[in-house]
Design a protein around this ligand. Structure first.
Ligand SMILES: [Zn+2]
Length: 382
């Protein structure tokens, strides 16, 4: 595993994918061949180095010149773990377009509804998510005022970029986006994963699938607006060269046809640490084992903080080693973390990041990762 190198620039014709995820939240940055970027969702590092926003650092480090602007900033779905830092990034990168999932019909944007509701809502136990969502909604409003533009409603069929690489939205379906957008926000919040924007990025023979948190099953049954719709409507897109694994590798997000279609070494996964059973789960039969049946998994960071004092086996490890590391007893004499709600230890904005650069024939021509990232394999490393 080569360490991410901020001094090594990107070529103008590179298709580069950066996936960032420090343990709570995820952000994806795509440098398009010929110039221009997509920035999708967001996250922030924290803890011992203070707060930083990986997508802002990535774009300012690797933009190819002053004309290499952000064509789109997108929020796949309005959940706290995908919106963190979005406001700061909008203000700095000044995107040409902002997109959120929504139906094609005219009407108030989802972000306007959201910010109205959030402003009225008393702080809850999830006040951090609320603050982040509100900050994003406000930043989007000032972007609209400053530029005279409006947020674009993204749904199945919207073409965001044409050439030389194309970027097309495959989900949500317009009808489903309309039905969810008509619901009130508190009711809709619990189903917002289903609203996730899914994007196909295609360049020659290279296809990438960027997936938000779109599920396959909801409450143990296949959801008609989840992955089964995309697998039948877009079979070629569902056999990508690179897959940002949906919903932090949870079992219910994984569709067997998509897993089987991914070409080797193309699965990036971000963890979600904010509960007792963090994602992705590493036990037998859970998400990680299903992904490993296909290939190695590029995790941006461990799914929870390892016990104090335990040194990790290495950047590359098997699922069994990962499990042993994360469930080891805390060493005596150290102040152990009482729970796993905290983020894994991250040393910089580029720590929880995977970078993969593709040519237009589906080959990965450069691959690097930060010091918190892991490559999980099913067998012991050679
Ligand atoms: Zn998420």
């Amino acid at each position: 595993m080569e360490r991410i190198n901020p001094t090594r620039s990107l070529g103008r014709d590179d298709l580069a994918v950066f996936v960032a995820g420090p343990g709570l939240g995820e952000g994806v940055a795509v440098a398009l061949p010929g110039g221009g970027w997509l920035l999708i969702d967001g996250c922030r590092t924290g803890g011992n180095v203070g707060e930083d926003v990986p997508l802002r650092t990535i774009w300012s480090t690797w933009r190819r010149d002053a004309t290499d602007t952000v064509k789109w900033m997108l929020l796949t779905h309005p959940h706290g773990d995908h919106v963190s830092g979005f406001a700061e990034v909008v203000d700095v990168v000044r995107p040409e377009n902002i997109g959120m999932a929504g139906p094609p019909a005219p009407g108030r944007g989802l972000h306007a509804e959201l910010s109205d509701w959030l402003t009225r809502q008393a702080p809850t136990e999830d006040s951090l998510a609320r603050d982040q969502l509100l900050a994003a909604a406000n930043a989007i409003r000032s972007w609209e005022r400053r530029t005279g533009r409006e947020v674009t409603a993204i749904h199945d069929g919207v073409r965001l970029v044409d050439a030389p690489a194309s970027v097309i939205a495959l989900s949500p379906s317009p009808a489903f986006a309309a039905s969810l957008a008509a619901e009130s926000w508190p009711a809709f919040r619990d189903r917002a994963n289903l609203l996730s924007i899914v994007l196909e990025v295609a360049h020659g023979g290279t296809r990438l699938l960027l997936t938000g948190d779109l599920p396959h099953r909801v409450a143990n049954s296949e959801h008609p607006e989840g992955w089964s719709r995309l697998v039948s409507a877009y079979p070629a897109a569902c056999a990508p060269r690179g897959l940002k694994v949906p919903h932090h590798g949870s079992k219910d997000a994984l569709h067997p046809a998509i897993n089987a279609g991914v070409a080797p070494r193309g699965m990036w996964t971000t963890p979600f640490s904010k509960n007792r059973e963090p994602l992705p789960r590493w036990a037998d039969g859970e998400g990680l084992s299903q992904l490993l049946a296909v290939d190695a998994v590029k995790l941006t960071a461990p799914p929870r903080r390892p016990p104090t004092g335990h040194v990790r086996p290495g950047g590359e490890m098997t699922r069994a080693q990962l499990g042993a590391w994360l469930t080891a007893a805390p060493l005596a004499g150290f102040l152990a973390d009482a729970d796993d709600i905290s983020l894994p230890t991250i040393s910089s904005a580029l720590s929880p990041v995977w970078l993969s650069v593709f040519n237009d024939r589906g080959d990965v021509v450069r691959e690097e990762c930060g010091d918190a990232a892991l490559l999980i394999t099913s067998e012991a490393p050679a």
